[in-house]
Design a protein around this ligand. Structure first.
Ligand code: NAP
Length: 254
């Protein structure tokens, strides 16, 4: 697995034991990167590491709830200790503990959404950048959402957290350009995973949702992973501060 567009690179992917994160880890690994995968549950981490190793990917698993300072720091240190440095960060973790009107969202749910979906990306970036500077370059990708452009009904706080990531990309891209670190984002449309199953597997709702997708189908996790790999690769060497929408043509005007 050393030949590929990301040969010699070391990548950290958060929330990568299933869904979009796992597909990204597989793709970066297939493209030659050594991959550090992580999530909250050790059993999920172990299972995903085994799956990656079966595919021939060089992978290291860490238990990391991205909202926990110590676990974030340990994951970054493990990448440096085991693989010698960090070139790529894919900040993919998000939660949505609240469905309903913005007016009814409890403050603790709001705080949790912003801590995990936004603040952790900021803190992780601060944690990895000194290591990328040592390598002379880096690529960071935040996983935002089509909901960041047009808030989804009943998902207001989650949607606004994803809008915040669109700004985080711009702010970091400016600040880190001099260090040769590119910062971009991918904005998936509706992709079949456990996270989106309430939308994709509810009769009536899924059909209504598909009427908003010009391609008339939900996305696949591999379709997001390919875009992330491109953004991390040399082919995107002049791309920074951008969000690539991968959403089958859904409306992406802010
Ligand atoms: P998913 O299939 O439900 O996977 C969630 C992953 O996140 C699991 O590996 C889970 O493992 C881990 N995780 C959850 N909370 C975590 C935390 N606090 N810290 C670390 N890991 C955590 O979700 P997904 O659909 O792939 O979503 C991934 C990203 O894509 C999210 O940012 C989401 O907002 C975005 N997105 C998804 C869609 C969609 O339609 N699916 C659309 C737009 C954007 P553990 O349980 O072991 O922690």
């Amino acid at each position: 697995m050393s030949v590929g567009t990301l040969a010699g690179k070391v990548a950290i992917v958060t929330a990568s034991t299933e869904g979009i994160g796992l597909a990204i880890a597989k793709r970066l690994g297939k493209d030659g990167a050594k991959v550090v995968i992580s999530s909250r549950k050790r059993s999920n981490v172990d299972k995903a590491v085994e799956e990656l190793k079966r595919l021939g990917v060089t992978a290291l698993g860490c238990r990391c709830h991205v909202g926990h300072d110590e676990q974030r720091r340990n994951m970054v240190q493990a990448a440096v200790d085991q693989f010698g440095g960090i070139d790529i960060l894919v900040s993919n973790a998000a939660v949505n503990p609240f469905f309903g009107n913005m007016m009814d969202c409890p403050e603790d749910s709001w705080n949790k959404i912003f801590d995990v979906n936004v603040k952790a990306s900021w803190l992780l970036t601060r944690e990895v950048v000194p290591h990328m500077i040592k390598r002379g370059s880096g690529a960071i990708v935040f996983v935002t959402s089509i909901a960041g452009y047009t808030p989804m009904p009943m998902l207001g706080p989650y949607s606004v957290s994803k809008t915040a990531l669109l700004g985080l990309v711009k702010a970091f891209a400016h600040e880190l350009a001099n260090d040769n670190i590119r910062v971009n984002a991918v904005a998936p449309g509706v992709v079949r995973t456990k996270f989106s199953s309430a939308l994709t597997d509810t009769e009536g709702l899924s059909d209504a949702l598909l009427t908003t997708v010009p391609m008339r189908r939900f996305g696949e996790t591999d379709e997001i992973a390919g875009t992330v790999s491109f953004l991390c690769s040399k082919d995107a060497s002049y791309v920074t501060g951008e969000t690539m929408v991968v959403a089958g043509g859904m409306n992406s005007k802010l």
